[in-house]
Design a protein around this ligand. Structure first.
Ligand code: WT7
Length: 647
């Protein structure tokens, strides 16, 4: 058997939730008998009023809308906690591994999670929170972050998690956009031995976000913070004053559960809205099927709760399934590159779910850090966030998993709620670099530039031809933007923004974004956002940002900057601009290269030709590689750009 094909091992097939034929039959039924299929699948949740309708969505302008299980009622937190109490109330729900390997692990049973969540929910109610209110969560990776999500869900408030690495400016924009009245935060976060001043960042953000009137603060590090009388509440003090019971609010399946901001190709970040029933079903079903989750498994999604991966696969999917979910406060390579595998051994983790960028960074450190650990508990290895290069795939498979564990490469997006194209351990033969086949109900299509559906082995624009339960429902506050962004490029289909290839076996290979979104270490970054930040700097007249291939990050950020007439390029200014972007957006937007450009390549109508900028950033500088530049207003700018290429 060639290295490029890994058939399902027979011992896996024999005990699979779905085997090869089972997966194919299940998929066929999910398409051919969709309503019956989904009403049946919906029974994996506990409903207050079970739904009688499944998909009522339309991608067409006349009756546009995404709607699932619309006459059903449930509460998401009751599904993630209360319904497990009778059978597994004393089972560990959350294991918390702290940043420092020497600090104490915390463990919470389902019963304890219930109490913590109820108390926090009551604190939020006392702070004025009501069903439908927006509550922003700006937290480190501590158990209280999960409690915060579940407490919001319990009272029907809509949470909006803002990644703790975002700057006060970025936080303020997200607070104002959804008109949050409450923020839940911590005194400080910890990452790789350093502290992050979360409460101080909130204080700074609130100067620009008058909508917020209460701040609930978790004491995480004990670091000094300023508490403003009448506005700021210590959680540990308030929680001691309230009841340990809070009845879950009955919610319609289509009531909003959360907003999560994500970058697009234009404008400011979009508030992606997910609702209650369809989302939870999708998170829990994909968690079970993609990873062959079994009761008793210790599950570790090594993402941050600030991203959709953390929402769906640290909190909602695993807890809906009654799993033991591990939350890790720190980073993969601190204090040493062995940390992840040491944590796997320490907690006897069965499945780990991480990003290719982390694997590439660890791979570079050599195998000794791996061999010093056992990893014998591992059964399944997951990856998400960006295309996984076959070299990293093979390392994950042969070195980390010692050939024993299937690699589950899951393709999806913030917008899709959970995995869309992915293998299932007992059902799917693997090919390194391919996310393989669609999940139940997902109809991927590959279109050419004109929107014509391509059959068989082909390559082009990846779209999804119909709705699925976990699909986003709208852009917060801008339903028209939802329609315009995703359903007009190819009318009647959901445009993913990704390109893909389909091979002769029907396997999908994601080739990357086809729009102006770049993927830096598995984090999505709109080039327009970085450009907006740069032009806010007093020395900058204009900026154009593109991605370029980066060994570890997947893509790096390359910025071309035109300075104001009286400004001189210098290394100091370059450093200043890097710092500026970090303060405006956050460290994840740190430019890897800044090139001062007296002029940018523009068409006569003034449109920047990014194709040329991308080529130069990639190091493709021959006239042939750059292609036709004759349509530029001033073709001579290209020579200057080539001559001053960075890196
Ligand atoms: C974009 C979505 C999915 C949660 C984390 C990122 C890229 C994601 C894969 C994969 C190739 C992938 C796509 C997608 N992407 N997973 N397995 N193979 N590309 O969520 O921030 O919404 O980004 O990440 O380009 O469109 P996100």
């Amino acid at each position: 058997m060639s290295d490029d094909f890994f058939p399902v091992p027979s011992q896996w097939a024999a005990q699979a939730l779905l085997d090869r034929e089972g997966r194919a039959a299940d998929y066929a039924r999910s398409i051919e008998d969709a309503d019956a299929y989904w009403l049946e699948r919906a029974q994996r949740l506990d409903w207050i009023t079970p739904p009688t309708k499944a998909d009522e969505s339309s991608f067409h302008e006349a009756d546009f809308g995404v709607k699932w299980f619309a006459d059903g009622e449930l509460n998401v937190s009751a599904n993630c906690i209360d319904r497990h109490l009778a059978e597994r109330g004393d089972q560990i729900a959350i294991i918390w591994e702290p940043d420092s390997p020497d600090a104490d692990v915390r463990r919470y049973t389902y019963k304890q999670v219930h109490e913590e969540v109820c108390r926090l929910a009551n604190v939020l109610k006392d702070a004025g929170a009501r069903k439908g209110d927006r509550i922003t969560v700006y937290m480190p990776m501590i158990p209280e972050a999960a409690f915060a999500l579940l407490a919001c869900a319990r009272i029907g408030a809509i949470h909006s998690v803002v990644f703790g690495g975002f700057s006060p400016e970025a936080l303020a924009g997200r607070l104002v956009d959804c008109d949050s009245t409450i923020v839940i935060t911590a005194d400080e976060g910890r990452r790789a031995g350093k502290t992050v001043p979360l409460k101080a960042n909130v204080d700074a953000a609130l100067a620009e976000a008058p909508c917020v009137n209460k701040v609930v603060v978790v004491q995480a590090t004990g670091g000094a913070v300023q508490m403003r009388e009448g506005r700021d509440i210590w959680l540990h003090e308030a929680a001691a004053q309230v009841s340990a019971d809070c009845p879950p609010e009955p919610m319609n399946a289509e009531d909003p559960l959360f907003i999560l901001y994500t970058s697009g190709s234009t404008g400011k970040p979009k508030g992606v809205l997910h609702t209650s029933g369809g989302y939870l079903l999708w998170a829990s079903l994909t968690h079970e099927l993609c990873f062959d989750y079994r009761p008793g498994d210790v599950w570790w999604c090594a993402a941050d709760i600030g991203w959709v991966t953390g929402h769906s696969y640290i909190v909602y999917g695993p807890l809906a399934n009654g799993a033991t979910t591990l939350m890790y406060e720190g980073v993969p390579n601190w204090p040493t590159p062995a940390r992840i595998w040491e944590v796997v051994d320490k907690h006897q983790v069965h499945t780990i779910f991480t990003a290719p960028t982390a694997l590439r960074a660890l791979m570079k450190e050599g195998d000794d850090y791996v061999h010093s650990t056992s990893r014998a508990s591992l059964r399944v290895l997951g990856t998400v966030g960006e295309p996984i290069n076959p070299e990293a795939w093979r390392w994950y498979h042969s070195v980390i998993g010692e050939g024993r564990c299937p690699i589950i490469d899951t393709w999806w997006q913030t917008e899709t709620g959970g995995a869309m194209i992915a293998p299932m351990p007992g059902a799917t033969d693997l090919k390194p670099g391919s996310a393989t086949l669609p999940m139940p109900g997902v109809i991927p299509q590959i279109l050419d530039g004109d929107g014509a559906v391509q059959e068989g082995a082909t390559e082009g624009n990846l779209v999804i031809a119909g709705s699925w339960p976990g699909q986003m429902r709208t852009v917060w506050g801008d339903h028209d933007r939802f329609f315009q962004t995703y359903f007009t490029t190819f009318p009647g289909k959901y445009t993913t923004g990704d390109g893909a290839r389909r091979d002769a076996d029907g396997y999908y290979w994601i080739t990357g974004r086809v729009d102006d979104v770049i993927n830096v270490s598995g984090h999505r970054m709109g080039t327009a956002e970085v450009e907006s930040a740069l032009v806010l700097h007093e020395s900058v007249a204009e900026a154009a940002v593109v991605g370029f291939p980066h060994d570890i990050k997947g893509q790096g950020i390359y910025a071309y900057v035109t300075l104001n007439a009286n400004e001189e390029p210098s290394d100091d200014l370059r450093k200043d601009l890097v710092k500026w972007v970090r303060t405006e957006i956050g460290p994840i937007a740190t430019p890897d290269a800044i090139q001062f450009a007296p002029g940018l390549p523009k068409t006569r109508s003034g449109k920047i030709m990014r194709r040329i900028l991308r080529k130069i950033a990639e190091g493709e500088v021959s006239a042939q590689a750059l292609g036709d530049v004759s349509t530029l207003a001033d073709p001579s700018v290209v020579d200057n750009l080539v001559a001053n290429r960075q890196g």
